[in-house]
Design a protein around this ligand. Sequence first.
Ligand code: HEM
Length: 324
Amino acid sequence: MNDQLNLRDLRRVDTLQIVVKQEAPFLPKVAFVLITLASMGGAFFTGTGMGLGPGALVLRWLTLWSLALAGGFLVWRLAYLRASEPEAAQHETDALNTTALTHADKVARWVAPLVLIGAPGALVVPVVGGWQWLSYGLVAASVTVAALLLGGVSRRGFAFPAALILGLALLGWAVLDAGAGWQGGVRLLHLAAFTLWLGGALWNILVAMPAGRAHPTVDAVLAGARQLDRFRWVVRFALPTIIVTGLVMAWGYSMMPLVFWVSFPGVLIPIKVLAIIALVVVFITCPLFRRCSPVPGVCNIDDLADADADTTHAHARDLADAGA
Ligand code: HEM
C-alpha cells in the first residue's frame, strides 16, 4: 500500500464503491482445463502401460481427477479460508465466509457423484498377489469421501475426515501405480501437487469468485485476497513439484527411441510439458493482468487504493463542490 489511501482511510470513505465485473475471468478457467488435460495425458500414459482398454483408461483417470477436485477443494476450505483475517472487519469476513461455504456445499454436491462414479477405478488396475486389499481399500476411500462431501464441506466435522481419507487414498494410488519405493514417493508428490492445484482452481472459480462478487466491500476484498494469496503460495510450490517429479518419472523412459516420444502413448509426455509451459504463462499473466478475480483488489490489494483513489477523489471533489 503506497502513499495513496491506506485501508483505514479507504474504510472511512462511506461511499466507496467497488465495481465488480459480472463475467468470471478467463485465465483461471484456462488453467483448470490445462491441468485437466495434463492429468488425462498422465493417466492415459500410465494406464496404457498397464495394458488397460479405453473404458478402463477413462474410469481410472476419472478416479484420479475427481479425487484431485475434491482434495484441493477441501484444502482451500480447511487451510486457506480462515475464520478471521488481520485488518478485515470480523462481520465482513463472516459474511464472505458464510456465502463462500454455502457455495462450497453446492459445488461439493456436484463433485461427490463424480468421486462415486470413479470409485471402482482401482479395480481395473492389475495388482500383484497379496495387494488386492489396497484396491478394495481405495474403492472404500472414494465412496467414503463422496459420502462426506454430500454431508457438506461447510462443516469441519465432514471436511476434515474427508481430506484425511483423501490424502491416504493418494498415498494408496501412488503405491498401487508405482510401488512403495522412491518411485511411489515421486508419484505421490506428482499426484499431491496436481490435487492441490486442480481443486484449488475449482474453489477459486466456483466459490471464491461468486462469494467475492456478493460482498464488494473493502474488508471482504481483503479477506478474499488473503485466501487467494495462500492458494497462490501453494501453486508456487505445486508448479515446480509437478515439473520436477514429471521429469524424474519421464527419465525412466529415457532409453526409449525417438519414435516412442512422437507416437501414442509416449507423445503424451511432451504434450504434458507443453501444457505445463502454457500453465506457467497463465500463472504469471493472471495477477499481472488482474485476471484471478472479478473483484478489484482480490488479485492485488493495491488495486483497491488505485480503483478508489478516483472514486474517493471524485467524492472529495463532490464534497468540495457541495462546500462540505
Ligand atoms: C499440470 C501438469 C500435470 C498434471 C496435472 C499431471 C498429472 C499426472 C497424472 C494424474 C498422472 C498419472 C499418474 C498415475 O496414473 O498414477 C501423471 C503421470 C505422469 N506424468 Fe504428469 N502431470 C503434469 C505434468 C507433467 C509434466 C510436466 C511431466 C514431464 C515433464 C509429467 C510426466 C509424467 C509421467 C512420466 C507420468 C507417468 C508415470 C508412469 O506411469 O510411469 N507430468 N501425471
